[in-house]
Design a protein around this ligand. Structure first.
Ligand code: ARG
Length: 472
C-alpha cells in the first residue's frame, strides 16, 4: 500500500471548511448506491483503457490500475473493502479504494469523466443486468401457469364478466389469459433494453471532454450499442429509469390481478383451488384458518411499484438540464422495484405451480347462472330468428326458470312454447357445456382445439424469453 492519506471527498479544494454534518447526512448516497460498485468498476476498467489508448496512461500505469480495480472488485464482493460513513457515494468510496492500492496514480483515472456520466452509466449497467433477472423470474411464473393449464386442459369453468357468471370457458383458457400479460411484460423489457443500451460515458459533467477519449469504444466494451449522441442529454436523461419503473409497475399490476383472483378462488364460496400448505399462512387466533398471503402480498406490492414510478416521474418533472442533484433520487425507487419483483415473483410462481385445482367444482358450476343462455339465443339466430327477438325470448325463459327454480334444460316442450313461439324442443341440443366450448372455435376462442394451439404458441414465446433472460 502506498502512503497517502485517503481522501474522503472528490471535491473541496475551493472550500474553506468542511461540510456541515446536516449537509453530509443529506448528501450521502453510499448507503444505497454501494450496490452499483461492480458496475462502477466495470466502467472504470473501460475508462482506464480509453485513457491508455489516448496516451494518458502508460502501459505500466494501465496494468497497475486494472490489477488494483480487479482486486478492489474482489474485495468489495467479499466484504474486505467496504464504504465508510465518510464516503459520500459509491464513486468516492471506490476512488479511495483505488488510491489505497496504487497511491497518487489512482488520481489519474478521474480524468475525462465526472460522477455525472459515471452514475448514469452505472445505473444503466445495473438495470440491464437486473432486467434480465426479472425477465427470468417472470418466465418461471409463466411456465407455472402454462403447466397448470396443461394439467387442467379439459376442465370447464364458469367464465365471468362483472364477476357474474357469463359463459363457460376452459379453465386452461382462463389461466393462459394470465400468461399473455406477462408475455407482453417481457416483450416490453426487451424493447426497453434496446433503448437503454446507450452509453453516457464520455459526456463528463455535461459537455464532453477535451481529452482524446473514444466514447464509442467504451460503449462497445460495456455492451452498449453506442455512445450517447448528446452529452447534455447523456447526463440528464432518466427516461430509462422511468420506463423501467413503468414496466415494473405493470408487472406489479398483473401480479395483483392474478393475486386477487387467487384470493377469490380459495374462498369457501368459490372453492376453485386449494393452495399448498407451503404457500399458505395460518392465523394466530383462529386455528382453522388457511390464508392466501402470497396472493395478497402480490396484490399489495403493486402499490409500492406504482409509487416507485410516481416518485421518479415527479422528480423529473420540471428538472432543468443537465445534471441536478435531484437525480440522486432515482436510485432508491429503482432498487426497491427490483428487490420487490425479485422477492414476489418466485413466491407467486411457487404458489401457482403447487396449487390444487378443484376440477370437480369447476365442472359442476361451469354452466351455473344460466351461462348457456347465449348459446340458445345463437341457436335461434342460426334458424333465422333476428338476434333481438332471440335475446328477448331467452330472457323470458330465464325469468321463467328463475321463478320455477329450475335450469334451462328442465323446461317441458309445452312450457317452452308457452314462453315463446321461437323456443322449439331442439333448443335443448345446445344446452351442453362441452358443446358450448367446442362451438367457440374461432381464433382466440375457448374451444379445446384453440386452447391447445394457444398453449403451444405461448410455450414457444416463453422459451424465447427465458433464453433472452439467461443470455447476458
Ligand atoms: N451520488 C450522485 C448521484 O447519485 C452522483 C453524482 C454526483 N454528481 C454531482 N455533481 N454531485 O446522482
Amino acid at each position: 500500500m502506498t502512503d497517502v492519506s485517503p481522501p474522503t471527498r472528490l471535491w473541496g479544494a475551493r472550500f474553506s471548511g468542511g461540510p456541515a454534518d446536516a449537509l453530509s447526512r443529506l448528501s450521502m448516497s453510499v448507503q444505497f448506491d454501494w450496490r452499483l460498485a461492480p458496475y462502477d468498476l466495470l466502467a472504470s476498467r473501460a475508462h482506464a483503457r480509453v485513457l491508455h489508448r489516448a496516451g494518458l496512461l502508460t502501459d505500466a500505469e494501465l496494468q497497475r490500475i486494472v490489477v488494483a480495480l480487479d482486486e478492489l472488485d474482489h474485495d468489495a464482493r467479499h466484504g474486505a473493502f467496504r464504504p465508510t460513513p465518510e464516503d459520500e457515494d459509491v464513486h468516492t468510496a471506490l476512488e479511495r479504494g483505488l488510491l489505497e492500492r496504487v497511491g497518487v496514480l489512482g488520481g489519474k483515472l478521474r480524468a475525462g469523466r465526472s460522477r455525472n456520466d459515471q452514475v448514469a452509466t452505472d445505473l444503466r449497467l445495473y438495470l440491464r443486468d437486473h432486467v434480465r433477472q426479472i425477465a427470468g423470474r417472470v418466465a418461471e411464473l409463466e411456465t407455472a401457469l402454462i403447466e397448470q393449464a396443461e394439467r387442467n386442459i379439459d376442465v370447464p369453468a364458469p367464465g365471468m364478466t362483472h364477476m357474474q357468471h357469463a359463459q363457460p370457458v376452459l379453465f386452461a383458457h382462463h389461466l393462459l389469459a394470465h400468461v399473455h400479460p406477462f408475455v407482453r411484460d417481457i416483450a416490453r423489457l426487451r424493447d426497453w433494453d434496446r433503448r437503454a443500451a446507450v452509453s453516457p460515458l464520455g459526456a463528463g459533467a455535461l459537455a464532453g471532454s477535451s481529452l482524446p477519449l473514444d466514447p464509442d469504444a467504451v460503449a462497445t466494451e460495456l455492451g452498449f450499442s453506442g455512445a450517447a449522441a448528446n452529452s447534455i442529454d447523456a447526463v440528464s436523461d432518466r427516461d430509462f429509469v422511468a420506463e423501467f419503473l413503468f414496466c415494473a409497475a405493470m408487472i406489479g399490476v398483473h401480479l395483483s390481478r392474478l393475486g386477487e383472483e387467487i384470493v377469490l378462488w380459495t374462498t369457501r364460496e368459490f372453492r376453485w383451488v386449494e393452495l399448498d400448505d407451503a404457500y399458505s399462512t395460518g392465523s394466530s387466533i383462529m386455528p382453522q384458518k388457511k390464508n392466501p398471503d402470497v396472493a395478497e402480498l402480490a396484490r399489495g406490492k403493486a402499490g409500492r411499484l406504482i409509487g416507485d414510478l410516481m416518485t421518479m416521474l415527479v422528480v423529473l418533472k420540471g428538472l432543468p438540464l443537465a445534471y441536478d442533484r435531484d437525480l440522486q433520487e432515482d436510485k432508491e425507487p429503482v432498487f426497491d422495484a427490483v428487490d420487490t419483483l425479485l422477492l414476489v415473483l418466485p413466491a407467486v410462481a411457487g404458489m401457482v405451480s403447487t396449487m390444487q385445482v378443484n376440477a370437480q367444482r369447476l365442472t359442476e358450476t361451469a354452466a351455473d347462472g344460466f351461462a348457456l343462455a347465449t348459446d340458445v339465443a345463437e341457436h335461434l339466430v342460426r334458424k333465422g330468428v333476428p338476434f333481438r327477438d332471440a335475446h328477448e325470448a331467452v330472457g323470458h325463459l330465464v325469468v321463467w326458470c328463475t321463478v320455477h327454480e329450475c335450469d334451462l334444460g328442465d323446461v317441458s316442450d309445452a312450457d317452452l312454447a308457452a314462453v315463446s313461439e321461437h323456443l322449439t324442443p331442439d333448443v335443448r341440443d345446445v344446452l351442453s357445456v362441452d358443446g358450448a366450448l367446442s362451438s367457440r372455435g374461432a381464433p382466440g376462442g375457448t374451444s379445446p382445439k384453440r386452447v391447445r394451439e394457444q398453449l403451444d404458441s405461448v410455450r414457444e414465446r416463453v422459451h424465447t424469453h427465458a433464453a433472452w433472460a439467461t443470455d447476458s
